[in-house]
Design a protein around this ligand. Structure first.
Ligand SMILES: [Zn+2]
Length: 488
């Protein structure tokens, strides 16, 4: 399709469309308007003036039938957990190959929001964003001996010249070599907190649980460089606190637990675990003091708290974040140095800090959702508001125009909600059917024009998903409620 053909209607609406497309990436909703000579949006959607986001134009999300859920993990297998089932059912993800999923528009919107929250938290503590290649040369990994140590988890390949690479599961080697290449670093410039949000790869023997354990996934990985162990320790605490703040903003009850250092190495490590039954990790918490640890770090028979001797409680969790104090393990291999306060070269003290981005998304859905409906952290909901106008030909049909006006009022007056309001224009369906779908998608606010929309003044039925409240509000009431919504 040519996005901007020289047709008259295209040039008429180009300004509006460009603005909208930039703001919300809503190609699925609006692009049909741009190509033809007739402004088809006007009659496609009697409710819309074309610039409204309408559900009927969204790619796939109305596919809600359980029996249509595509087969999983490349095998004929059962759905392995709630988040995977719901995400497939509503069209957030679609299986591509074992452990690999297409992220569909709703999922991408939620993930982009999550990345924005992560950016805010990382940049608040001085993080600087970089972006390193996924294709990682073998010699980097041979330098730390991890080319062998990582074994079959590393996805390896050769280019046409026979040169070996892996698809990076993590980037300690790459970032340390990058920093080592800067030959004039001074202690005055440190600390550096460098991070990226990129695709990572791991050759999982048994990918499962949808986005919770895939072979290709998004991670935020941060690497920090400090001038002394004391400074590095402070940076470590700072990043852990930022993780705490992130999970608090998402409303996720994460627990920070002591962890094993594994193949990353270093001398200290913590995991951020989200307690949930399908979790593959087991961690122990002491109800009497603040002790908590992954059971891998405990002795086989240890059932009592090492600090207060009280009994430990064991919980299953999903690991959504992991932090490591690395010391000079990597900086010594690649000679990542800076000039210290005495003018002498000195090795950087490092830390590394991961967050499973796609995993946080799936884990949040796993923890917050009901059996029948997605529930999101408020900040991550792909769309904040869904408007349901009356069924065509019903007694309330006259209220359809009011709903259109409400849409325009919201998006004109509440700036953060531009691109966040969706109109369920499938008016051949009853309000009840569309409400059921909306509940399944978990829009934080669902607004219905039912019988009371014909009163004077009109009252809209407002479902507040996260409080479970249903209230009737006038247009002014709706506007006031929505003006308090936080959008990231
Ligand atoms: Zn204790």
């Amino acid at each position: 399709m040519t996005p901007f053909s020289p047709g008259t209607s295209a040039s008429l609406c180009r300004g509006v469309m460009e603005g909208l497309l930039t703001r919300c990436g809503a190609l699925a909703a609006c692009s049909h308007q741009l190509s033809g000579s007739v402004p088809r949006g006007f009659h496609h959607c009697a409710l819309g003036r074309g610039k409204r986001l309408v559900l009927s134009r969204m790619f796939q999300p109305q596919n809600l039938r359980e029996d249509q859920v595509p087969s999983l993990e490349g095998r004929s297998g059962d759905l392995t957990c709630k988040s995977q089932r719901l995400m497939l059912q509503v069209g957030l993800i679609h299986p591509a190959s074992p452990g690999c999923y297409h992220l569909l528009p709703y999922a991408v919107r939620a993930m982009e929001k999550l990345v924005r929250v992560i950016d805010q938290e990382m940049q608040a503590i001085g993080g600087q964003k970089v972006n390193m290649p996924s294709l990682s040369p073998a010699e980097l990994w041979r330098a730390t001996n991890r080319w062998d140590l990582m074994g079959k988890e590393l996805l390896r390949l050769r280019d046409r010249h026979g040169k070996e690479y892996c698809l990076g599961p993590t980037h300690e080697e790459a970032i340390t070599a990058l920093v080592a290449s800067q030959k004039t670093l001074s202690y005055k410039q440190l600390p550096f907190l460098l991070y990226q949000v990129t695709r990572k790869f791991r050759d999982e023997p048994r990918p499962r649980f949808g986005l919770l354990r895939g072979r290709e996934f998004y991670m935020k990985d941060m690497y920090t460089f400090d001038s002394s162990p004391e400074a590095a320790q402070q940076t470590y605490s700072l990043v852990c606190d930022a993780y705490g703040s992130l999970f608090a903003r998402l409303g996720l009850p994460c627990v920070k637990v002591q962890a094993a250092v594994g193949s990353i190495g270093g001398t200290m490590s913590h995991e951020f675990q989200l307690p949930v039954d399908v979790g593959e990790d087991r961690f122990a918490v002491c109800p009497s003091c603040s002790f908590s640890a992954n059971v891998e770090t405990l002795d086989f028979s240890q059932t009592n708290c090492p600090s207060c001797r009280g009994p430990l409680t064991e919980t299953r969790g999903i690991e959504v974040g992991h932090t490591f104090y690395l010391g000079t393990k990597y900086s010594s291999v690649f000679n990542a140095q800076f000039t210290n306060v005495h003018g002498k070269p000195s090795l950087a003290e490092m830390g590394c800090y991961g967050l499973g981005v796609t995993r946080i998304l799936a884990a949040a859905i796993e923890v917050l959702s009901t059996e029948d409906g997605l529930r999101w952290p408020n900040l991550l909901a792909p769309y904040q508001v869904c408007l349901i106008p009356p069924k065509k030909g019903s007694k309330e049909a006259a209220a359809a125009e009011l709903m259109g006006q409400l849409y325009d009022n919201i998006t004109e007056a509440v700036l953060p909600l531009r691109g966040e309001v969706l109109l369920d224009d499938r008016t051949h369906l009853t309000i009840g059917n569309r409400l059921k779908d909306a509940n399944k998608f978990g829009y934080p606010f669902v607004i219905i024009a039912g019988k009371r929309a014909l009163e004077d003044p009109a009252h809209f039925e407002v479902w507040c998903q996260n409080t479970g409240e249903v209230v009737f509000l006038t247009k002014e009431g709706v506007m006031e409620l929505l003006s308090q919504v936080h959008v990231v």
